[in-house]
Structure formats: C-alpha cells, structure tokens
Design a protein around this ligand. Sequence first.
Ligand code: NAI
Length: 328
Amino acid sequence: MTSPVNVTVTGAAGQIGYALLFRIASGQMLGPETPVRLRLLEIPQGVKAAEGTAMELDDCAFPLVAGIDIVDDPTVGFDGANVALLVGARPRGPGMERGDLLEANGGIFKPQGQAINAGAADDVRVLVVGNPANTNALIAASNAPDVPTDRFTAMTRLDHNRALTQVAKKAGVPVSEVRRLTIWGNHSATQYPDLFHAEVGGRPGTELTDDRAWLEQDFIPTVAKRGAAIIDARGASSAASAANAAIDHVHDWVLGTPEGDWTSAGVVSDGSYGVPEGLISSFPVVSQNGAWEIVQGLEISDFSRGRIDASVGELDDERAAVRQLGLV
Ligand code: NAI
C-alpha cells in the first residue's frame, strides 16, 4: 500500500460534500490502491453537521480511510494537502449584484489561496467547485504565488458530462460512444458546448451540428441551463452529479485521460485559442503524468469563435471586477 494522500474538502457539510466524501473514501477518485486522509474544512456553523458526516464515514468502515479531521481554520485545513476540493462558497443572495457576489467569494477564496500557499504539499492539486468557479479559482491562484498556477483548476466537468448525455440521446448511441466534446469558457450560462470536433457513434459530430435549429435552440441551451432545470425539478441544486464530476475531474487529472479522447476543465490560459493569458477558462484538455495540457490545433469555426469569445469576454469582465476589488 502507498502512503495516504491528504484530501481537503471545503464545504464538507453541504449537499455536494455529502455526495462527494463517500466516493473519495471508497477509492473512486484516486483508485482502489490509494489510502486517503480526509480533512473536512467548514465554517464554525458547519462543523457539527460535518461531524455527523464523519460519523457516517466511520460507519462505512472504508478500508482506504487513514483518518478524518474536521477543522474550521483554513491554515490547518490545507496543511500538507495533496488534493484540495474547494466546494464551499457564498451563494448569490436576494438583491446581490455580481460585484457583491465576487466580493463575498473573495472573502473565502483569497484566504484559502493564502493558506494553500503557506502549507499545502508541493504536489497540491486544487479543484474549485464553488461558484463562480472560474473566478474563484483565479482568486485562489493569485493568492498562492509559490504554487504553480496550473495546479488551480475550475470544474466544468459537470457541463461536459451533461453534454455527453444530451448528444448520446440525440444520436441514439451509448454515452461511451461520444468522444472529443468540449466545453469552452466560463461555468455559467455563457459556456459553449462544442460538437464540431466530436465523434458520435464513430461518425463526425458535424452531422449533428448541421442541424442548426437543434444545436442553437435545443442542445446548447439545454446544457447551459441544466443547473436551473435541476433546481426547478428537485427544489435543490445539482449535488450528486456535481460530486460525480469532481470525482471524474480529479481522477483523470491524477490518473490520466483515456487514449484518443479528451475532456473539459477550467485551466489557466496560456493564450491558446485567443483566450487571454491568465484567465481560468474551460478548454479541451488531456492529462498525462498528472498535468493537464490544452489540446492544440483544433480548427475553430466562425460559429464557435463567436460563442467562445462571448464566454471568455465574461471571464475577462469578472477578472477586471476582482482586480478592482484588490482580490487578484
Ligand atoms: P451547500 O450550501 O449545500 O453547502 C455549502 C457548504 O459550504 C456549507 O456547508 C457551508 O457551511 C460551507 N462553507 C461556506 N463557506 C465556507 C468556507 N469559507 N469554508 C468552508 N466551508 C464553507 O452548497 P452545495 O450545493 O454543496 O454547493 C456548493 C457550491 O458548489 C455552490 O457554490 C454551488 O453553486 C457550486 N456548484 C458548482 C457546480 C459546478 O459545476 N462547478 C455544480 C453545482 C454546484
């Protein structure tokens, strides 16, 4: 057995935390051979509920769990962390403007970035789930100057998985036969799910994109507005599917993406595809040897260009707003 990996989960007492921790503990994130030491980071009001979750984790008697700590101090929470899942965030309250939301989340992700900088393990990998995920990841990364920026990522895997299923249903093929789909841009309603390079049941994705009415009026809005549709139906936001996507993201980051396919993740832009350097934007990515790489050389159609630019423009505006607030 290898030595335990330290996994810190913020917002551990929330609904995603509840769906996530048991899957990490069972080995679905890092593989069945890798023990984990879990650190549940909450705010003081969330500690008691996190203790309840920890009791249930104990009651599962997972052989891979080497220990569980519950903390409310980020400095302690990220000390020695190898994997950090930043799930806890401030939701948009009534009457809150976008600037207020960014500022409130800055109050969470700035100190968390600083704590990761101060004490996380040298190989730390960070996934930001809490919204607005891309810009929260940017805030955390900017406040961790000693950690390579490419260790900070934002979750668009849920959008990717949602798109896979929509395409599979439309084409009447299993999800496993949909490959090379991309989510570009922000994890928001402006995101762009791109099928132009996809392979669907062994056929080019352009056979689907030729149906512009379906593409523009059905597929893209269904994927982009799926979160709202779940809230409408369930009376609560996506939790199990969000946790599943976080598991997929870290699994593929650490253990690699399948040969011949790629996935989507919010990673720091190196200027690829005209996305301004430094933004944390969703791209087509592969992971090899534990590092994400942006898939290069894809031809971007005019249709895609407009959509990508719109979503990236929103990210640029968010960066300008958090700059003005002194958060990055
Ligand atoms: P929730 O409200 O059930 O739980 C959030 C938890 O975070 C609470 O227990 C709260 O006490 C805790 N928390 C708040 N501030 C914290 C801090 N500074 N440190 C540690 N913990 C803190 O929310 P839920 O449903 O679990 O969602 C969490 C976040 O994930 C939300 O921001 C949501 O918008 C986002 N989300 C992102 C998705 C994505 O695809 N990127 C998909 C679905 C949700």
